[in-house]
Design a binder for this molecule. Structure first.
Ligand code: GAL
Length: 337
């Protein structure tokens, strides 16, 4: 009798434990918790990506029946803040982290914490150094190829110059005088964008001559202050503003509008942000190079989810070296009639 009771007890216990286990497994399978930290929440391009990630997460939920919980934090340009956010994400049980590093040269603390906790990391927009990326097979990067961006930016002016030289050499003196607005010096994109954009203009036979240039750290207001100075120092000389991003291009346009100059100046940017495209529509911005932001954002969600579920990444997101996703991009130009 006692033996029968014991067998029944063991059976019941087993059934109870197995029910608990399967419901835990189901829980884990039916929701994914993603911790996202942005280097600066007030950056226009990053904000565009953030909104799209929120949209794509909802789409993923609808299509796959898996709840996607996003915890999005702003590191406000401080690497320590970001490291603390990563620690908090891990303690809250995030399944995967999507990190837009403040200091791309200093991703090692984040990687240490993630590796210890066994939580995969998808970095984006600010590329950690290769040595860091190679530390673990659960580290990924999503971004845009900077050299390709720059070549496209240069090409849009080369093509226009070949079609209508007077639309680029605005004063018809045989020289295109330009100023250059550069992003953060520590960002992998700034140097490469500058170098290859100018090289492409030269290779394409546009007779460019640099007047001056400056670093405006991707910021509209900093670029606007620089351009204001240049308009005073070099009146009626600037024909082209080459900017490493749209926000700084918009800053240059702000300064041009404030100066109420009647001399036309061509301004080109990169990013295809919402305000950038509006300026393009109205003809204030001549052109931009835009990454496919829909794909950029869905790659973040899909890659994060596939890491957690241990599933293959869909074919639309081919990875280079099994860790890098390079988002396709295109030229968008204001058509001059
Ligand atoms: C660049 C982008 C800039 C800025 C920067 C932030 O790729 O063109 O506008 O968002 O990233 O890291």
């Amino acid at each position: 009798m006692l033996r029968r009771k014991l067998v029944m007890f063991v059976l019941a216990t087993c059934m109870f434990l197995s029910a608990c286990h399967s419901s835990q497994k189901e829980d884990a399978m039916t929701s994914i918790r993603i911790g996202i930290s942005l280097y600066r929440g007030d950056d226009t391009f990053i904000n565009n990506i953030r909104s799209l990630v929120e949209e794509k997460a909802k789409e993923y939920e609808r299509e796959n029946g898996i709840k996607v919980i996003l915890d999005i934090q702003d590191a406000k340009g401080n690497q320590n803040t970001q490291n603390n956010q990563v620690e908090r994400f891990i303690s809250l049980g995030c399944d995967v982290l999507c990190i837009n590093p403040v200091d791309r040269m200093d991703a090692s603390t984040i990687i240490d914490k993630a590796m210890t906790a066994g939580v995969p990391v998808v970095f984006f927009n600010r590329q950690p150094v290769e040595e860091d990326m190679n530390r673990w097979d659960q580290l990924y990067y999503i971004g845009v190829d900077a050299k390709e961006t720059a070549i496209l930016q240069g090409k849009m002016v080369v093509d226009l110059y070949q079609e209508q030289p007077q639309a680029v050499d605005l004063n018809g003196d045989g020289v295109v005088s330009y100023v250059l607005l550069e992003g953060e010096t520590s960002h992998q994109d700034s140097l490469i964008r500058t170098q290859w954009s100018i090289q492409t203009l030269k290779n394409g036979g546009v007779p460019i001559e640099k007047i001056t240039g400056g670093i405006a750290n991707w910021e509209r207001s900093q670029a606007s202050a620089l351009m204001e100075q240049w308009l005073l120092s070099y009146p009626d000389t600037i024909e082209l503003v080459v900017s490493n991003n749209d926000d700084m291009a918009l800053g240059a346009i702000d300064a041009l509008e404030r100066a109420q100059s009647t001399t036309k100046v061509n301004v080109i940017g990169i990013d295809g942000t919402t305000p950038g495209l509006e300026a393009l529509e109205s003809g204030k911005l001549l052109g931009t190079v835009s990454a496919n932001k829909e794909l950029y954002a869905s790659a973040i969600v899909e890659l994060a989810a596939s890491c957690v579920l241990g599933e293959e990444l869909p074919k639309e997101y081919p990875l280079t070296d099994e860790k890098y996703y390079w988002t396709p991009q295109e030229i968008i130009i204001h058509r001059i009639e």
